[in-house]
Write a protein that binds this ligand. Structure first.
Ligand SMILES: Cc1ncc(COP(=O)(O)O)c(C=O)c1O
Length: 393
């Protein structure tokens, strides 16, 4: 028997093909063609370095499996593989049939060393415990890792003053092969002096490794911003994430990237308010003029951050409308007074472009929404929750 038409939506399946399968008008539309085009832009900027496509946090909210499948299809020689934060994320990609190299960036293996090796993942290590864990799991067979060193960000990676001790431990670990050496840049978008300092430290680490007979084949340091802004950081591999999804990671880079995600909802209620009426929890917005107010079924439970209350804009019939009152968990209210003919069922676009009735196109970019939400484009994308079905073009 065929399942009822909306069965998939009732269990909140996050990935659907056809909007007709979905009860909710709140949806994210992901343009995989834009992801592919952005990959080409990044790969061209990086060449001859190859690309490790960073697709952690569910592909920055775009849905990691469809994104990785498309990149694996079109990536050719320019694509070395993928980077994720967690072993779980890497295993999800392998289960979906992704075959290229997958770097596990955060080294949070939780003891699953054998699973990581069995799935053919590439561990990033920065701790002697990792060395020992993989040595045991490898059972005498050689195993390859990428060594992460801290060159100034003070977050993850072998600290400079512990490097020699780490290399001693490495010497005592038969089978361990340093295939890659990596670091992470803390201000590739904004502080060139700091970046130069980090790269100098990275060079010194390379010398220290060489002095001990290690010759890592793959050096890498560059995120999206560094890929575009710092040619000397490109080495053998670059690790762009946000650029694949349409933002260069730095202002004024001039790369022709296209946003890959559009977030939309629909008006479910309209009401007329009088001056003095108040809107939403705590009545943070007081109406000053006769107002037509629209309610949208999207809230912070979907990833529209509460900080966007009284600050963000939404497009309705191609016009910018202000979010008024607090964003609540499931609902958001918008002033649509200036939208002629506004009606229940009209589309409301929170991120992306919308055409107006006169053929003009308005857009809300991720930088705009991020600024209105007091955060960065990264958080705006990652915040879009599982409750928002993703559709793929
Ligand atoms: C180690 C590492 N490399 C690369 C990236 C990709 O950064 P971006 O999205 O700015 O390109 C990240 C993201 O945070 C990261 O943690």
């Amino acid at each position: 028997m065929a399942p009822p038409r909306h069965a998939t939506a009732l269990v909140l399946r996050p990935r659907l093909q056809d909007p007709a399968e979905c009860l909710r008008p709140t949806r994210a539309e992901v343009d995989l063609g834009a992801v592919a085009a952005n990959f080409a832009v990044v790969a061209r900027a990086a060449a001859p370095a190859r690309v490790v496509a960073i697709v952690k946090a569910d592909g920055y909210g775009h849905g990691v499996v469809p994104v990785a499948r498309r990149l694996e299809d079109i990536g050719g020689d320019a694509l070395h593989g993928f980077g994720v934060a967690l072993a779980e994320e890497a295993l999800e990609l392998r289960a979906a049939g992704i075959r290229r190299a997958i770097l596990v960036l955060n080294g949070a293996y939780g003891g699953a060393y054998a699973d990581v090796l069995a799935a053919g993942l590439t561990p990033v290590i920065y701790d002697r415990g990792h060395l020992e864990g993989f040595r045991r799991a490898a059972g005498g067979r050689p195993f390859s890792v990428h060594l992460k060193v801290d060159t100034g960000m003070s977050r993850l990676g072998v600290p400079q003053d512990e490097l020699e001790g780490f290399l001693d431990a490495l010497q005592r670990t038969p089978g361990a092969r340093i295939e890659g050496l990596m670091t992470h840049l803390m201000a590739a978008d904004s502080d060139d002096a700091l970046t130069a300092e980090q790269l100098q430290r990275f060079t010194r680490v390379q010398h220290a490794l060489r002095a001990r007979g290690h010759r890592p084949r793959l050096l890498h340091a560059a995120n999206s911003a560094a890929t575009f802004r710092h040619p000397s950081a490109r080495y053998d591999l670059v690790r762009p994430g946000i650029a694949l999804f349409g933002h260069a990671g730095a202002p004024d880079v001039g790369a022709p990237l296209r946003p890959a995600l559009r977030l939309r909802s629909e008006i479910v209620a309209l009401r007329n308010l009088r001056p003095g009426d108040r809107v939403g929890y705590d009545g943070t917005f007081t109406v000053r003029r006769p107002t037509r107010l629209a309610t949208l079924p999207i809230g912070y439970g979907d990833g529209l951050l509460r900080a966007a209350s009284n600050r963000a804009s939404v497009l309705v019939r191609g016009r910018r409308c202000a979010v008024v009152g607090r964003v609540s968990m499931d609902l958001t209210t918008v002033d649509v007074t200036d939208v002629p003919g506004v009606a229940v069922g009209d589309e409301a676009c929170l991120l992306g472009s919308q055409d107006g009735p006169d053929g003009t196109r308005e857009s809300i970019g991720m930088v705009e929404l991020a600024e209105a939400s007091g955060t960065a484009p990264y958080e705006v994308l990652c915040a879009i929750s599982r409750r928002v079905p993703r559709f793929y073009r």
